[in-house]
Design a protein around this ligand. Structure first.
Ligand code: C2E
Ligand code: CA
Ligand code: CA
Ligand code: CA
Length: 278
């Protein structure tokens, strides 16, 4: 904890000092990681409940650390978001995902949504032009790309944000609203934003069908999505019971360990080619 010395100046305790040092190391390390191409993407399939077929994937970043092995995003994305480094991470992720899409197109994989996660800082007025540039330079069809954004990004500068989202969807790129239900409770924005898909957060999926409250919340999100003509996907689906309940609600798609964890690109492509089904 922060402590105050006899002269009134505050100083950091050993513990906090150590954390500050760890953080600087992490930041410096992440900068190097981007330069040295130590980041990589895994892909987690998204599956249609109705047909059982793979309809896309979410790209999830990992850091292949020279000493620590594969580092999960929870250990570096939040720090990158606070320091602003996330913009570089996101650029790397967008670039890598588009390169991968190009390769899959060349290999004849059928078109499907590959979703990239964005952070609040990425959501600036230059985003539509960046997305367009990526699509043109990699010569990829816009139907391949999807962007996952979170509720928090939609709360400010509404008119500007709507205009930006309209520009992105006009390119043919789909937008999905991630971690739905965990952010602001004002739902009025839902009809204002050009959203294709609502993504039910894992925290509501984890205890269904046992927890009546979570069942009610999942049910409400699905029926609201239907009425607003949005697609709805549940994340973090691990059991057949969860799947059966979501199916009974009319949920469109699922993503979760029940079907597959995030996997390397080649493994994902192999699942698609083999026609792996739910
Ligand atoms: P998220 O966007 O909500 O991604 C879903 C997370 O849930 C992933 O964790 C995924 O591996 C995990 N997951 C999927 N199915 C299951 C399941 O059935 N059970 C359980 N327990 N977990 C499941 P991951 O890959 O560790 O990513 C964590 C978070 O890091 C993501 O949450 C996202 O917020 C962030 N993240 C990941 N990649 C990126 C990226 O490229 N850019 C940005 N800005 N954030 C990223
Ligand atoms: Ca996501
Ligand atoms: Ca999510
Ligand atoms: Ca989540």
């Amino acid at each position: 904890a922060k402590q105050t010395g006899p002269d009134g100046l505050s100083f950091f305790s050993e513990d906090m000092n150590q954390r500050a040092v760890d953080r600087l190391n992490l930041e410096a390390g992440l900068r190097r990681a981007i330069d040295r191409d130590e980041l990589l993407l895994h892909y987690q399939p998204k599956v249609s409940i109705e047909t059982g077929a793979i309809i896309g994937a979410e790209a999830l970043v990992r850091w292949r650390h020279p000493e620590r092995g594969l580092v999960p995003p929870a250990e570096f994305v939040p720090v990158a978001e606070e320091s602003g480094l996330i913009v570089h991470v996101s650029n790397w992720v967008l670039e890598a995902a588009c390169r991968q899409i190009r390769q899959w197109m060349d290999e004849g994989l059928p078109a499907m949504h590959i979703a990239v996660n964005l952070s609040a800082r990425d959501f600036s007025s230059s985003l539509p032009a960046r997305v367009q540039e990526l699509l043109e330079r990699h010569k990829i069809g816009a139907e391949w790309l999807e962007l996952e954004i979170t509720e928090g990004m939609l709360m400010h500068h509404t008119a500007k944000v709507v205009a930006m989202m309209d520009e992105i969807t006009a390119l043919g790129v789909a937008l999905s609203l991630d971690d739905f239900g965990t952010g602001y409770s004002s739902l009025s924005y839902l009809k204002r934003f050009p959203i294709d898909t609502l993504k039910i957060d894992r925290s509501f999926v984890i205890s269904i069908p046992d927890d009546v409250d979570d069942c009610a919340i999942a049910g409400a999100i699905v029926s609201m999505s239907k009425q607003l003509k949005h697609n709805v996907i549940a994340e973090g689906v691990e059991s057949g019971d969860q799947l059966a309940f979501l199916k009974s609600l009319g949920c469109d798609e699922i993503q979760g360990y029940l079907f597959s964890p995030p996997v390397p690109a080649e493994t994902f492509a192999a699942m698609v080619r083999e026609g792996k089904r739910l």
